[in-house]
Write a protein that binds this ligand. Structure first.
Ligand code: NAP
Length: 289
């Protein structure tokens, strides 16, 4: 039987990039996009990728979607309710087991055992669920995306000359979605990654002082990093029009950075993909320069 690689969350940002990388490595006929909204995947179908309906909330749809799949890239659910996410993830794992999937690669969270952010529980629970099936696995423990910090919001910092966070001098081991997607595509198309756990973080971490310096270079305007308290950051974001829950989440993430959540490095990502995208390049992309 021919090889088939299925990718869940294929209409999402990471999943879309994984498929783009996969298309450079294997024929489109070997790729299956598992999506909750088939219409949203029409461009993928146009590229010769098989599109199947699979919803994390509907186990029967998942078992059908995974029929005949050799390797599954299970991209974690974006749901905001972490308890529901564990249920959704258990649905995916059980469906993969019942469909006879041969290898599950799962996008978890870097250094999850030591993490303080509550989302780490979802990823550890999912890894344990996968282990109960005895299906060979690869745990792709992703860093926080660089794009969470480096995005078009930096334009305002370049204009005002201040990059305001509550991250202090915390170190950030983030990676771009592009690099994490390439790592996933590599694991799905190479031998030798069974039962491995990779912490896919940058081996060249940065601080917000570094980001302000790079932003100055790229924008041609002097930008300095100013670190404020948790409450001040939230208030500043809300005053700037950011919805309250998102302002809270942003301050929580900066706080975690300040407390060392993202300070650990690893060579795992570099070993899989070679040179990582430099921070300066991501800043240029964010500012469209
Ligand atoms: P994204 O763009 O939001 O993509 C999420 C994907 O999940 C979309 O394809 C979405 O489908 C699909 N999905 C949502 N609910 C589903 C359901 N009930 N059944 C089946 N599919 C469903 O997120 P991303 O940027 O690609 O990131 C991938 C995942 O990484 C996220 O889902 C989240 O678990 C995690 N994450 C990581 C970070 C990080 O910094 N490392 C940050 C944020 C999120 P639709 O296209 O139909 O909406």
């Amino acid at each position: 039987m021919s090889m088939s690689i299925a990718v869940t969350g294929a209409t999402g940002q990471l999943g879309g990039l994984v498929i783009r990388h996969l298309l450079k490595k294997v024929p489109a006929s070997e790729i299956i996009a598992v999506v909750r909204d088939v219409e949203k995947a029409s461009a993928l179908a146009g590229q010769g990728v098989e599109v199947r309906h699979g919803d994390y909330n509907h186990p029967e749809s998942l078992q059908k979607a995974f029929a005949g799949v050799s390797k599954l890239l299970f991209i974690s659910s974006p749901d905001a309710d972490d308890t529901l996410r564990i249920v959704q993830h258990a649905n995916v794992v059980k469906a993969a087991r019942d469909a006879g999937v041969k290898h599950i690669a799962y996008t978890g969270y870097a250094f999850a055992e030591e993490a303080k952010l509550p989302l780490a529980h979802v990823h550890l629970a999912t890894e344990h669920a996968i282990r109960t099936t005895n299906i060979p696995y690869t745990f792709l423990r992703n860093a926080l995306y660089t794009e969470l910090f480096v995005n078009e919001g930096l334009r305002a910092s370049a204009e005002s000359g201040t990059l305001i966070t509550n991250a202090g001098s915390g170190i950030v081991n983030s990676a771009t979605r592009h690099d994490l997607a390439l790592a996933a595509a590599t694991v799905l198309t190479e031998e030798g990654h069974e039962n491995k756990t990779y912490n896919l973080v940058s081996n060249q971490p940065w601080t917000f002082d570094d980001l302000a310096r790079i932003l100055s270079e790229v924008s041609g305007k002097k930008v300095v990093h100013q670190s404020v308290s948790f409450e001040e950051e939230k208030t500043i974001l809300i005053k700037a029009g950011v919805p309250e829950p998102f302002a809270e989440l942003t301050a929580v993430i900066y706080d975690a950075v300040a407390k060392g959540e993202t300070s650990k490095t690893s060579d795992d990502l570099q070993k899989l993909i070679g040179t990582l995208t430099p921070l300066k390049e991501t800043v240029k992309q964010a500012l469209n320069i």
